[in-house]
Design a protein around this ligand. Structure first.
Ligand code: SF4
Length: 226
């Protein structure tokens, strides 16, 4: 938020995305994403969070943890039926359990079960490989690249598109176009934090029905109706 003339001078010449990053970081602080203990937990969360809220994903992850299935080898050896039972709270559980199984099968067959070996690959090669797996689209692949493999890739989701349109940053729905825009305007070290900050903004203020009057980036925003 612009509080005084010094703020206005400080932000002068900075791109809208850079300003947004600064203001969100000042307002919300570090987000400590992704909420997971291991790379495999990030992968599982990224697959399970498709079309559902994180609260539901947490319940599914809790069950997988209790049954000691948050491990490539353990999940590979476990019957699909058991995985389905556990991931039920995350919705679309047949589909999601199958996707998890396909993922661990891929890691076992191609990397002898060593997920880190897979994640260490070159970013473009790994992105192509992830996208070739059934049920892994761009948002899921890029979440895995950024949060499990620590690669410099920005993740675009529905929240980002909504915020970009309302703020007047971009009206595009094109995933690659938006990804390139954020990657051009931020440092790679900021990708992790910015995605998490945008999710927080969407949850707190830029909801389906926006709370512009109390929003922390209100002065920066064009508040376009979408
Ligand atoms: S001011 Fe309104 S439209 Fe803009 S980011 Fe905040 S809530 Fe969304």
């Amino acid at each position: 938020m612009f509080n005084n003339d010094n703020d206005i001078l400080y932000y002068k010449g900075m791109s809208m995305i850079k300003r947004l990053y600064k203001q969100l970081y000042n307002a919300f602080g570090p987000q400590h994403w992704w909420p997971a203990e291991t790379s495999f937990e990030v992968v599982v969360g990224a697959i399970l969070t498709q079309n559902t809220s994180w609260k539901n994903v947490e319940k599914a992850i809790e069950c997988l943890k209790e049954r000691k299935l948050l491990d490539v080898d353990a999940m590979y050896k476990t019957k699909l039926k058991i995985i389905k039972e556990c991931v039920k709270p995350a919705g679309f559980y047949n589909q999601k359990a199958e996707r998890l199984k396909l993922f661990v099968e891929h890691v076992v067959k191609n990397y002898d079960g060593n997920l880190n070996e897979m994640l260490e690959k070159d970013v473009e090669e790994l992105r192509k490989e992830l996208l070739s797996l059934k049920g892994i689209g761009k948002e899921t692949a890029d979440s895995i690249l950024l949060y499990a493999a620590n690669k410099p890739v920005f993740v675009i989701d529905a929240y980002t598109k909504r915020i970009c349109k309302r703020m007047g940053i971009s009206q595009s729905d094109d995933y690659e176009e938006l990804r390139a825009l954020f990657e051009k305007n931020l440092n790679p070290e900021q990708y992790n934090e910015m995605h998490a900050l945008l999710v927080e903004l969407a949850k707190r203020y830029c909801k389906k029905k926006p709370l512009c009057d109390i929003c922390v980036v209100s002065k920066l925003c064009k508040k376009q109706v979408i």
